[in-house]
Structure formats: C-alpha cells, structure tokens
Design a protein around this ligand. Structure first.
Ligand code: PMP
Length: 413
C-alpha cells in the first residue's frame, strides 16, 4: 500500500471506506493522506508537515508516537496479549489502582472499555442500575459518542434518522442552572455533562456552575457524570478538568488520551457508594476488548508521564504563553477574533461568524496547521495542541494562526 499512488489510495478509500467523506474532503480542497508522524507533527504521505492542533480531541495529548508509550507497548508484547476479560488480571488491577490514585474523593473503582461512547453507555447503565431511575439530563449540543445511550444523550442531528430512541433523555442549555433545576425530579438518575463541551465550541462554564450542579444532584438523589473524554488527562492543566472546578462527580469517563494514541482503551471511574449494584451483578456489563492487557500497559505509561513532576506545570506554562499571544492576536484582528475560551490547553477561538471556522480550518490546512472548527458551533475554532508542545512551537503555531487571520481578512475584503 505504501507504494500506491495518492490517486489509487483516494480511489480505494472512496470505493471501499467512505464515498461521502471522500466527496466532503474533495469539496473542501483537503487531499491529505496521513504519512509519517512524530511529536506535534503529522505529515502527509509526500512528507508535507502539519502541526497537529486538533490532537483528535486529546488522543494525541502526548503527541504522536511518544517513545515511552511505544516502548511500553513493545515490552508488553513480549509477555501479554488482549487477556481474558472475565478473569482477574494484574494489568487491569494495576491500571485501575493508578487511575484511582490520580482521582479525587472516592472515585476508586473502574470499568474499562474500548471507546468513549461505550464508556458513557456504561456510565448511564450504572446510574440507572444504581438509582432504579430512568431520566438522564444532558446538554443541548453536547457530544458523548455515537453508541446507543451515549447517542441518546447527545445532539439530535445524529439520532434523527434512526427511529425510536431510548426513553428518558432530556436536554438543557449547558451552563444554565435554572433550566437544570426545572428538569430535576424524583426520576432523575443522572446529570451528564462534558466538563467543557468541546463540540459545542469549548464552552467554559461559570466557575461555580459545577458546584451548583453537584448541589442539585445531591438534593434530588441523582448522580453527576463528568464526561472527561476530552478535558481529562492534563488537558485543562489538572489531571481532570472537573478538578479545576473543585467538584467530585459520582462517575467520571475518560478515553482518547488514555490510549497514548497507540492502543485504544477507555475507562469509567465510579465512587464507592455505587459499588453494591456491580458487586451483585458482576457480569452485567461485558466488553471483550475493554481493558485489553496490552492497552492497560500503554495506559499505565501514559499515567506515569502525566503524573511526573513538571508535566502539569509545563501544560500550565504553555497555556499562559498561549493566553498572552492569543490576546495579542485578538487585538490585531478585532473584527475576526472576538474572544478566547481557555482552560489550560483546551482552547477555542470565538470568531465573528459561522463561516469563519470552516474557512480557518481550510486555510490553516494550506498553511501547515491542523485546526478544526467546533461541529456544533462553526463560529468557534478549537485549538487543542498536544500537551508536550514547547515554547518555540507555540510561537510557530501563533505565527501560522496570524497568517490564517490575515488570509481570512483578505478573502473577506
Ligand atoms: N465524549 C466526548 C466528550 C467526546 O469528544 C467523544 C469523542 N469525540 C466521545 C465521548 C466518544 O468517544 P469515542 O469516539 O471514542 O466513542
């Protein structure tokens, strides 16, 4: 395949993988095919480099092909495989214990999965199983994955073609405590929010929002589920994004970055008081590949890197540099860049209107910068560089963003 021409790869993709995606990228003038990759850089087959400021929403928190993550997988391959998901496993026990150590309060127990959607599905099942209630309240325009219950909790567009949906799902405006309070009742099993909704446009809630959500959940006997698939594992300058709001959820879901970009693995952490339900029903949720032992070894190394002294300090230092440079960019292009949304290295640029996000993505691509607009609010450009980004690289990224805005200004006259 490596020797195939670009044309034949595009043709095979169009014919056998997705004709729709092929048409979409052709229309956008983006003919990228991933080739070599390392650190913050993802190159085209022809070697043209892109700086990755998308990071697949956190999959590449440690950049591409982090040497320590690769070494962990290589070492694991000498003695492990997927493992047997029914049996006691040293690797799953070790990873769960490490996750527990890095988590606040009594978030001490873990169920592993393969995808974020699956981990959210399980979180919802656990909330319903534990409470015996059905209602799940989530955010309008939120995103939790495309599997069954996760899909039901997310944006309506992705559900509409697929017939009757599971009952009991209600959505409210994110950040609106009054709207949430109006929906809370004696049948509410859980409130499920991304800590910072990414697809909705990196919406940073008021600092007291999650304390308010926590209080409402406690008052009504409902559980709080934090979707930390994008905000977790250092992205927001703390281990979990929700830590920065000083709140302990009952269930916390992590994915993407836990893989080290190398081996798919996700986890649903839950508090001690939810354990009786699973103690009585230990085989009620099964995932053959969830918590594969090779993946556990990889994820354990990811957590070692995250927990090393200086790692989170580096994230916060780079976040400060971005904040300074983005403020200058905003001053330079006041008609185009209206605001900067930021917590750590989770950043969103609020642009003047909904045409500009897709345009910035397209121009960024031409200028060697992978930046993607928020799907549920295209007026926001997501900016999610790998957490290992260095100062000189931050300056290059800002330089390219400057050129993106200059070019947008020129095109809009
Ligand atoms: N939650 C959030 C916040 C996400 O961003 C995603 C994926 N983009 C998911 C859940 C679902 O993860 P996956 O694609 O691995 O199922």
């Amino acid at each position: 395949m490596a020797t195939d021409s670009r044309q034949s790869i595009h043709a095979a993709f169009e014919r056998h993988v997705s004709s729709g995606k092929a048409a979409f990228f052709a229309a956008a003038g983006i003919d990228f095919i991933g080739g070599e990759r390392s650190g913050i850089t993802l190159s085209d087959l022809d070697g043209r480099p892109l700086i990755n400021c998308h990071s697949n929403g956190g999959v590449f928190n440690l950049g591409h092909r982090h040497p320590r993550v690769i070494a962990a997988l290589r070492a694991a391959l000498n003695e492990r495989d997927i493992g047997n998901h029914h049996l006691v496993s040293a690797d799953r026990a070790a990873l769960a214990a490490r996750l527990a150590e890095l988590s606040p309060g009594d978030l001490k127990r873990v169920v592993f999965g393969v995808s974020g959607g699956e981990a959210i599905d399980f979180a919802i099942k656990l909330a319903r199983g534990h409470t015996g209630r059905t209602k799940i309240i989530s955010a309008i325009g939120g995103y939790h994955g495309h599997t069954g219950l996760a899909l039901a909790a997310g944006e309506e567009t992705y559900r509409r073609p697929f017939g009757p949906q599971p009952a009991g799902f209600v959505q409210v405006r994110f950040g609106d405590l009054d709207a949430l309070a109006a929906q809370m009742d004696a049948d509410t099993a859980a409130v499920l929010f991304e800590t910072i909704p990414a697809t909705l446009g990196i919406v940073i809630p008021a600092q007291g929002f999650f304390a308010g959500v926590r209080a409402l959940c406690d008052r009504h006997g409902a559980l709080l589920i934090a979707d930390e698939v994008q905000t977790g594992l250092g992205r927001c300058g703390a281990v979990w994004g929700i830590d920065t709001f000083g709140v302990v959820p009952d269930i916390l879901v992590t994915g993407k970055g836990l893989s080290g970009g190398i081996y798919p693995i996700t986890a649903t952490l839950y508090r001690e008081h939810l354990n009786p339900f699973l103690h009585q029903n230990p085989f009620i949720h099964i995932s053959t590949f969830g918590g594969a032992e090779l993946g556990c070894r990889v994820a354990l190394e990811v957590l070692e890197i995250l927990a090393e002294p200086g790692f989170l300090e580096h994230v916060n230092e780079m976040a400060g540099l971005f904040a300074d440079l983005l403020a200058r960019l905003k001053e330079k292009y006041p008609g185009l860049l209206l605001g900067v949304r930021q917590r750590g290295l989770m950043m969103g640029l609020k642009l003047a209107d909904e045409r500009l996000g897709p345009l910035a993505t397209q121009i960024g691509f031409q200028l060697g910068l992978l930046v993607v607009f928020a799907n549920h609010d295209p007026s926001v450009l997501q900016l999610l560089p790998p957490l290992i980004v260095q100062e000189a690289e931050v300056r290059v990224i800002l330089d390219r963003l400057d050129r993106v805005f200059f070019e947008i200004g020129k095109r809009l006259g």
